[in-house]
Design a protein around this ligand. Structure first.
Ligand SMILES: NC(=O)C1=CN([C@@H]2O[C@H](COP(=O)(O)OP(=O)(O)OC[C@H]3O[C@@H](n4cnc5c(N)ncnc54)[C@H](OP(=O)(O)O)[C@@H]3O)[C@@H](O)[C@H]2O)C=CC1
Ligand SMILES: N[C@@H](CC(=O)OP(=O)(O)O)C(=O)O
Length: 352
């Protein structure tokens, strides 16, 4: 039976609040320590946070006094989740790992670090073994694992079955990203109401790189990236939750017909199904046949926000296939993805 006391760094932020909500009643993990900036430290969580979740602020955490994000304050926890702002996540997460506290991070800072796994349990669970190569702490007790960017999650989930079946040559992706991706208060209302903003700073580089690490292979003490090319355009749209991606893909051994492409998704086996992890969706990938699906408002919450939706699968004129894919950006693409990573690592015995 797994039972862990955990801390949440950045607990007052948009992603931090999602951690708090998803951890309420979690069968394995209990949040006992919460960290944020000096602005929040010393206050009760209920007074420090500007709660934006639809559910009530969980009573178990409401009166916890928020700490500064220093390992000395978190000595009693088994590990921490990090929903820290990336401007501070680098130094803080390193300090925790050096002090022997594992960090399950949602921030971008260590995603490209040679020994840090960039992990999506259904895509590359075997990359967890890189943890053993990390030297943040002298005895190996402190380490960092990251989850990818909220666009890279549905992208890599959709690419994995296609890669297994046909091999990926190259792809073009356009991501239509919801406003919650920018945190709270996020994008100014005058920019985004009844509008589309055709640029999200720093986003395209991450989308063009992360899937080549996720679908890569651990070799020695690092990951060998794949050599397929991704061309990305990231735009902000006035939806609230759920990033919708349009993908056009060229394959090494294209399917004979669209039915064969469909089967790549429907016949794909989830490699972690037998672990029966608490946050694992029963059906990680859902292929919609209806031309008008998937839609962020209708489908982002499916399977607790952990399912990746695929639709509009069709033969392309220029590339081999076209499709759309969509996932809940702050659950599957952020806090829920990090919690699933921690469940995988707990089931594999990484927390001792
Ligand atoms: N929103 C999303 O969809 C996604 C976000 N992410 C990533 O998750 C992280 C958090 O994003 P989001 O929740 O939107 O951001 P927010 O701005 O909403 O929250 C940031 C958190 O970091 C804390 N913080 C800020 N400065 C410091 C500091 N100097 N020391 C300690 N804590 C500090 C804040 O505390 P305080 O309240 O006290 O200021 C707050 O808890 C980012 O790295 C982001 O890129 C990843 C995927 C998706
Ligand atoms: N940039 C993403 C959210 C985010 O913070 O991504 P990352 O974890 O890669 O920094 C969005 O706007 O939707």
């Amino acid at each position: 039976m797994h039972s862990y006391q955990i801390g949440v760094l950045g607990a007052t932020g948009a992603v931090g609040q999602k951690f708090i909500r998803l951890l309420e009643d979690h069968p394995w993990f209990t949040a006992t320590k919460l960290g944020a900036s000096k602005r929040s430290a010393g206050k009760k969580y209920k007074h420090a946070v500007h709660w934006v979740e639809k559910t009530e602020l969980p009573a178990e955490v409401a009166d916890i006094e928020v700490s500064e994000c220093q390992s000395a304050e978190f000595q009693d926890v088994d590990f921490v989740f990090s929903g820290l702002d990336s401007s501070v996540a680098g130094d803080i997460e390193k300090e925790f790992a050096e002090a022997g506290i594992p960090v399950i991070s949602n921030a971008k800072n260590y995603r490209m670090h040679d020994q840090v796994p960039l992990l999506v349990p259904e895509v590359n669970p075997e990359h967890a073994e890189l943890i053993k190569k990390q030297t943040f702490s002298s005895d190996g007790s402190g380490w960092i694992v990251t989850n990818p960017n909220c666009v890279s999650v549905p992208l890599s989930m959709s690419l994995k079955p296609l890669d297994d079946a046909f091999g990926i040559d190259s792809l073009v992706v356009t991501s239509m990203q919801s406003v919650s991706g920018a945190g709270y208060p996020g994008v100014p209302s005058l920019d985004i109401v009844a509008n589309v903003v055709p640029y999200i700073g720093g986003e395209e580089d991450k989308v063009e790189t992360e899937s080549t690490k996720l679908l890569g292979q651990v070799k020695g003490d690092t990951t060998e990236f794949r050599d397929f090319t991704i061309q990305a355009t990231a735009v902000r749209v006035p939806t609230i939750e759920g990033h919708l991606l349009s993908v056009a893909i060229k394959l090494k051994n294209p399917p004979a017909d669209i039915e064969e492409a469909r089967e790549a998704f429907t016949d794909w086996d989830n490699p972690i199904a037998d672990l029966d992890l608490p946050s694992s969706p029963k059906q990680p990938i859902r292929l919609y046949e209806e031309n008008r699906y998937p839609q962020p408002r209708l489908h982002a919450d499916r399977e607790g926000g952990m399912q990746t939706a695929i639709g509009r699968l069709r033969k392309g004129n220029l590339m081999d296939l076209g499709y759309v894919t969509m996932a809940h950006n702050t659950i599957r693409g952020a806090a829920g993805g990090a919690i699933l990573n921690a469940e995988l690592l707990a089931a594999k015995g990484y927390f001792g």
